[in-house]
Design a protein around this ligand. Structure first.
Ligand code: PLP
Length: 406
């Protein structure tokens, strides 16, 4: 039985007030709050178990290395691959996609080659590909979403041509909440010999993910959205793709031997992890993922589906709000504009006075904003600890904002 009241006690920040009101934290799409076990793990690591990893032959270094390296297996289990060597630690999705752009795509693409993207990608899954467009003449092909925010997998598949070298696509839109059928896309893409990168930054937070089932080549997650520390993250890279990659960032740890004239790289995945990593962040990520798996990804998904349904029903009653993204199986992420409101920033400022934290702006999705024909939106994005009562507070605060703008 999912007891959200009990679960909320695990997150100390949720009991604080903001502007004299109980905090209603609905900015999970940007970053999630941390359970006490993660905070404790960070304190424990720095207080009693800290040293650099992989290098020392002393007790603390070995202890930190064991704790850090154990997270590879945790991430592998969380993402559904039996091979932990297919997991590369990163500082987050942004670094992960840049790693693929520089390490895998750049050496194998030339002018005129194509990368297929959806119009709802986050800038982290756009700008690295723009680098290839600017520097190498690679062509970016964009797939639109329909008026509900749905992405037709067939449209992606139909766009594959003889010059298509990669599909880079989100699993779950951070603005619309749309869930993309990445499994069908991957199956069809592979029949045509095209690898698929999936940006799982949002999806892995809200639903069970199994990369073996999806079949994709690359799958990125970012720790701070997964109730873990900022500066942590990981990418699943299918071993066949990893074997094709050249290193991206050079430095210590990713090498076996360096002379004045030569360099011999470490074996993957360490070949792609240069320098002192985010040791404690990664240890914290491992604890966060264990926490999520203990709660149960199916249970989290079911709880958030109930929140979504309640929020849809409540927001439907506000006919002066325009919600972007109305697919029936969307995640509990609601981006909206409001009649009479100048800029979504004004809405979020009023909500903040009521203790309600939402995000306003473009959400790092310039092409999507252009497609939707809006400058910006306000976004309420839910997590495992949110409640229907908080949706009521959101609605009351929106009504207040609407009255003020009228
Ligand atoms: N992709 C999506 C869908 C996101 O929502 C985000 C973060 O907002 C990112 C990528 C980038 O993640 P990070 O900034 O943690 O690297």
């Amino acid at each position: 039985m999912y007891d959200v009241t009990e679960l909320r006690r695990d997150f100390p920040i949720l009991s604080r007030e903001v502007n004299g009101k109980p905090l209603v934290y609905l900015d999970n799409g940007a970053s999630a709050q941390k359970p006490q076990v993660v905070i404790d793990a960070i304190t424990q690591a720095y207080s009693h178990e800290y040293a650099n990893v992989h290098r020392g032959l002393h007790y603390l270094s070995n202890l930190a290395t064991d704790k850090y390296e154990a997270v590879r297996g945790t991430v592998a289990r969380f993402l559904g691959t039996p091979d932990e060597n297919e997991i590369v630690f990163t500082s987050g999705t942004t670094e992960a996609i840049n790693l693929v752009a520089y390490g895998w795509a750049m050496p194998r693409m030339q002018a005129g080659d194509e990368i297929i993207l959806s119009v709802m990608e986050h800038h982290a899954n756009i700008v690295p590909w723009h680098f290839l467009r600017e520097r190498m003449g690679v062509v970016l092909k964009w797939i639109d979403v329909d008026s509900t925010g749905a992405l037709d997998p067939q449209a992606v598949i139909d766009a594959i041509g003889p010059k298509t070298k990669l599909i880079a696509i989100t699993h779950l839109s951070n603005v619309l909440g749309t869930v993309v059928d990445v499994k069908s896309i991957t199956r069809a893409a592979h029949e045509k010999g095209v690898p698929v990168l999936v940006d799982g930054s949002q999806a892995a937070v809200h639903m069970p993910v199994n990369v073996a089932d999806i079949g994709c080549d690359f799958y990125c997650v970012t720790g701070h959205k997964l109730y873990g520390p900022s500066g942590s993250g990981a990418i699943y890279i299918k071993s066949a793709r990893m074997a094709e990659m050249r290193p991206f960032i050079g430095g210590g740890d990713m090498i076996r031997e360096v002379t004045k004239d030569t360099v011999i790289y470490n074996d993957p995945p360490m070949k792609f992890e240069a320098g002192t990593p985010g040791i404690v962040q990664t240890i914290g990520l491992g604890v966060a993922l264990e926490y999520m798996m203990d709660v149960g990804m199916e249970n989290i998904a079911a709880h958030e589906t109930a929140l979504r349904d309640y929020a849809v029903q409540k927001l439907d009653g506000l006919n002066w709000i325009q919600v972007q993204g109305t697919t029936p199986d969307k995640a509990a992420i609601f981006s909206f504009t409001m009649d009479g409101a100048g800029h979504p920033h004004d809405i979020s400022t009023i909500l903040d006075k009521k203790g309600v934290a939402v995000r306003a702006g473009q959400h790092c999705t310039g092409p999507l904003m252009e497609h939707l024909g809006v400058n910006a939106t306000c976004r309420a994005s839910f997590g495992m600890y949110n409640t229907t009562g908080e949706i009521d507070v959101l609605v009351e605060a929106l009504e207040l904002a609407h009255d003020l703008f009228a």
